[in-house]
Design a binder for this molecule. Structure first.
Ligand SMILES: NC(=O)c1ccc[n+]([C@@H]2O[C@H](COP(=O)([O-])OP(=O)(O)OC[C@H]3O[C@@H](n4cnc5c(N)ncnc54)[C@H](O)[C@@H]3O)[C@@H](O)[C@H]2O)c1
Length: 442
């Protein structure tokens, strides 16, 4: 288990210069974390190069983007995309003479979910096939980059990808019960995780969320040598999650969303970075706060720990900095509700004995309990209910602040990283906003 190591001081300004490149390893979505890195790279004149997960048509074949899709994705990124599909995982890989795991799961009746199991050998064989395809495509992306990255330029590779829930309807039904279920609909995350389908999920998370970082580092070995040989530097970052230090009961305290099942894969990601670091390759996992993105939408309640960021910014950066943000957030609440009421409600969840009883860094990630799931979901609904418009949420505003701030912290720290895993907690984000380096984020 990685030692808990929060970033305690702001990074020095990185040595990246105009013409250096940021390469996103994972596709960019509108409100995703990677937007922060892209903004910062562009602000300092770096060239942003994107990649794509690719698309699958109804025939199930993985393909690059069409011209229209590519134009749309490049417009969103504001840069060129290497159009080679980088979908990771194995749920759609054909299984020795049988349909893919996703297709086999389509035939399972929801009530039979706990009877499903795939043998270790069959999972291993599709996993190897998926990894081989992904490595080949990553190698082709590296060759393409070798042709386009200018001599002497430094390159920052940013691993963005995470996921691995097999694509079958039965999963959506089960996950809705694990992450959003109360009463009779509640399904214990432990029961799910210990089942055959849970073990399948674990292997898939490891492959998509963690092992792709290793493949990236290995498949860019030649390119790394070439860039270093021409005087440039090569750096790797990845987005991690392993709980966050936020203000709980007036003090910064580590806490976590529960049940974060991809947590095992995120710890594996930390190990991959540590191994690279030991071999002299600057690879850093930045464990980032809970925010609202396409990927976190499933984890209802994950956003509760984001509200106290408002108090952290006031404490670290002062009223002058936080006021415009507070005004915008207050403007989103329904009549009769104040930010103080919102913050008190979030704090009452975070300080509840139910949470302190189950949370423990050493044995993370914890499984859900019915009491905890019901408390979290009720708190989340009550907080969202304080808003005037369910589409204009305080947490969306705070998520933007967080992804922009973490983008700056990661990009600058990556130049000369202090460790292979660092936590970007609410205090360092708030302190960045008080600093010149954080100018213009709020
Ligand atoms: N949202 C949060 O609260 C939070 C907190 C800490 C860390 N993170 C991490 O930040 C990173 C970006 O996530 P985000 O929340 O911004 O969401 P996002 O949806 O914008 O990004 C998810 C990325 O994963 C890629 N991806 C998903 N499945 C894939 C597959 N099978 N093969 C290849 N790529 C795949 C997507 O293409 C996309 O690039 C992830 O590593 C995530 O775990 C998120």
């Amino acid at each position: 288990m990685t030692d808990y190591r929060p970033m305690t001081g702001l990074p020095e300004t990185a040595g990246y210069k105009a013409g250096d490149c940021l390469v996103l390893f994972g596709e960019l979505f509108g409100r995703g974390y990677a937007n922060g890195l892209v903004e910062e790279a562009r602000r300092i004149g770096m060239t942003v190069i994107g990649t794509t997960v690719g698309r699958r048509d109804s025939d199930g074949m993985l393909r690059p983007l069409t011209t229209d899709e590519l134009n749309e994705a490049e417009a969103l990124l504001g840069g060129r995309i290497v159009n080679i599909p980088l979908e990771a995982g194995f749920d759609m890989e054909p299984m020795a003479g049988r349909p893919s795991i996703a297709d086999q799961l389509k035939k399972v009746r929801p009530d039979d979910w706990d009877k499903i199991s795939f043998s270790d050998e069959s999972i291993e064989s599709v996993r190897a096939a998926g990894a081989a395809r992904f490595r080949t495509n990553t190698g082709q992306v590296a060759n393409e980059l070798a042709r386009t990255i200018p001599q002497g330029a430094s390159v920052l590779f940013s691993h963005v990808m995470a996921g691995g829930f097999p694509r079958a309807r039965i999963f959506m039904l089960l996950l809705n019960r694990v992450f959003k279920g109360t009463g009779d609909k509640y399904l214990s995350s432990e029961l799910f995780w210990e089942s055959g389908i849970g073990r399948l999920c674990a292997a898939s998370f490891d492959e998509v969320t963690a092992d792709t970082f290793r493949y990236l580092i290995e498949e860019t070995a030649d390119l790394r040598e070439r860039i270093s040989g021409s005087g440039g530097k090569v750096r790797y970052t990845a987005y991690g999650y392993h709980g966050t230090g936020v203000l709980v009961g007036g003090e910064y305290r580590w806490q976590s969303y529960t049940p974060y099942l991809p947590g095992y894969a995120k710890m594996r990601l930390e190990t991959i970075a540590a191994e690279a670091f030991e071999h002299g390759i600057p690879a850093t996992v930045f464990n980032c706060p809970e925010i609202q993105t396409n990927s976190s939408a499933l984890f209802l309640g994950v956003e509760i720990s984001l509200y106290p960021l408002l108090t952290a910014i006031r404490r670290e950066a002062g009223d002058g900095v936080v006021s415009p943000l507070r005004e915008r957030c207050q403007g989103m609440l329904t009549e009769g509700k104040s930010l103080e009421m919102l913050l008190e409600r979030a704090d009452s969840y975070l300080t509840s004995p139910v949470m302190s009883e189950i949370l423990d860094y050493g044995t993370w990630p914890q499984h859900s309990t019915r009491e905890q799931a019901e408390l979290m979901l009720a708190s989340s609904a009550e907080l969202i209910g304080m808003h005037a418009d369910q589409k204009q949420l305080v947490c969306a505003e705070l998520s933007r602040v967080v992804f922009l701030a973490t983008g700056r912290l990661m990009l600058h720290e990556s130049w000369n990283p202090r460790a292979s895993t660092l936590w970007l907690n609410h205090d360092i984000i708030a302190r960045l906003l008080a600093d010149e380096l954080g100018a213009g984020i709020i």
